[in-house]
Ligand binder design. Structure first.
Ligand code: CP
Ligand code: NVA
Length: 305
C-alpha cells in the first residue's frame, strides 16, 4: 500500500512519473476512480486544497466526501486508526489535513487504504508537486535525459515550515538547487537537514537574503505565521523584519526570475502587493496547478503511469 505523507515517500523516478502523468492531458479520460469514494478530512481551513482535491476526484470519475474534525472526532470519539478503518469501508483513499503529522503516520500504519497528506504541521506534499508543475511551465524545457529541475535555483525566503520542507525535497529529488533565507531560529534544524541528506539533498541556508537571492530562478515565499501558530504572530512579525519579498529583493534575483507563493498570502507582511500582482508572479498558475497535482497523485496511487 502506498501513501503520500511527504514527498520523500517517492523516489525521484516516481516523482517524475507523477509529473509526467500530470502533463498528459488524457489522464481525465480514464476515470480511474469511477464509482469510488475519496474521504477528504480537514482539521484546518482550506480554499485551494479542498477545492482542488474534490475536483480532482470528480474529474477522475470518483466522489469526494468532505469530513470535518467535529464529525469524526479523531482521538476523542474514535482513534485515528479506527477512523481510517471505517473510512476504508467506503473510500479508495483517505486524504487528510491535520495539525499533528503523527496522526497521518498512524492512519498510514493501518495500511489498508492510501493516505494522502493535505497539509500537516510538517509537510505539504501536494503543494510541492503543484509547484514543480509551475516551475516547469515557466522555463524552457531541459534537453537530454536530465532531471526535471537540473540547474534550476529555487530560493525560499521565510519560515522553514511545512511548505518549505516539502518544496526542498521535491526540488532536491528533481536535481534543482534549494536555498533558504530566514532568521537563524526559523531555518531548517538538524533533524530536517538529516532527513534531506538521507535523500542526498543539501540546502544552503542564510540569515542574509543577499547571500542567496542573486542567481535564483524562483523566489518563493509563504506566511510567517502558519495555521496553529497564531499565538506567536507578534514575535514572528518582529523576527522576520527584513525578510519581506518586495520589488527590490525580486530585482536582485534578476528580470527572468519568477515569484511563487502557496497562498493564502498576507499582503504587506511576507510579500508586497507589487510582487504578488506583478508580471513576474506565477501565483495563480500555481493555484491552478493544485488541481493538476491532486489529479496526478490520486491517479498514480491508483496505478496510472
Ligand atoms: N496552499 C494551500 O494549501 O491553500 P489552502 O490552505 O487554501 O488549501
Ligand atoms: N505554512 C502555511 C501554509 C498554508 C497553505 C500553513 O501551514 O498555514
Amino acid at each position: 500500500m502506498r501513501h503520500l505523507l511527504e514527498v520523500d515517500d517517492l523516489t525521484p523516478t516516481e516523482l517524475t512519473e507523477i509529473i509526467n502523468l500530470g502533463r498528459n492531458p488524457t489522464i481525465t479520460h480514464k476515470e480511474v476512480l469511477r464509482g469510488k469514494g475519496v474521504a477528504c478530512y480537514f482539521e484546518k481551513p482550506s480554499a485551494r486544497t479542498r477545492n482542488s482535491t474534490e475536483m480532482a476526484v470528480v474529474q477522475l470519475g470518483g466522489h469526494p466526501v468532505y469530513i470535518t474534525e467535529a464529525e469524526v472526532g479523531i482521538d476523542t470519539r474514535e482513534s485515528a486508526e479506527d477512523v481510517t478503518r471505517t473510512l476504508a469501508c467506503y473510500h479508495t483513499a483517505v486524504c487528510a489535513r491535520v495539525f499533528d503529522h503523527s496522526v497521518l503516520q498512524r492512519m498510514a500504519t493501518v495500511d489498508i487504504v492510501p493516505v494522502v497528506n493535505l497539509l500537516s504541521d510538517e509537510a505539504h506534499p501536494l503543494q510541492a508537486v503543484a509547484d514543480v508543475f509551475t516551475i516547469l511551465d515557466s522555463f524552457p524545457p531541459l534537453q537530454n535525459d536530465r532531471l526535471l529541475l537540473a540547474d534550476r535555483v529555487i530560493t525560499y525566503v521565510g519560515d522553514a515550515n511545512n511548505v518549505a520542507r516539502s518544496l526542498a525535497i521535491a526540488v532536491g529529488l528533481l536535481g534543482g538547487e534549494f536555498r533558504i533565507a530566514a532568521p537563524s531560529d526559523y531555518q531548517f534544524n538538524e533533524v530536517d537537514l538529516d532527513r534531506l541528506a538521507s535523500s542526498n539533498i543539501t540546502v544552503s541556508q542564510s540569515d542574509r537574503v543577499e547571500d542567496v537571492v542573486p542567481g535564483s530562478d524562483v523566489i518563493y515565499s509563504d506566511t510567517w505565521t502558519s495555521m496553529g501558530q497564531e499565538a506567536e504572530r507578534v514575535e514572528r512579525l518582529r523576527a522576520f523584519e527584513g525578510f519581506q519579498v518586495d520589488e527590490k529583493l525580486l530585482a536582485a534575483a534578476g528580470p527572468t526570475a519568477i515569484f511563487m507563493h502557496c497562498l493564502p498570502a498576507h499582503r504587506g507582511e511576507e510579500v508586497t502587493d507589487g510582487v504578488l500582482d506583478g508580471s513576474q508572479s506565477r501565483i495563480w498558475v500555481q493555484a491552478a496547478h493544485r488541481l493538476t497535482s491532486a489529479r496526478s497523485v490520486l491517479a498514480w496511487l491508483h496505478g496510472e503511469r
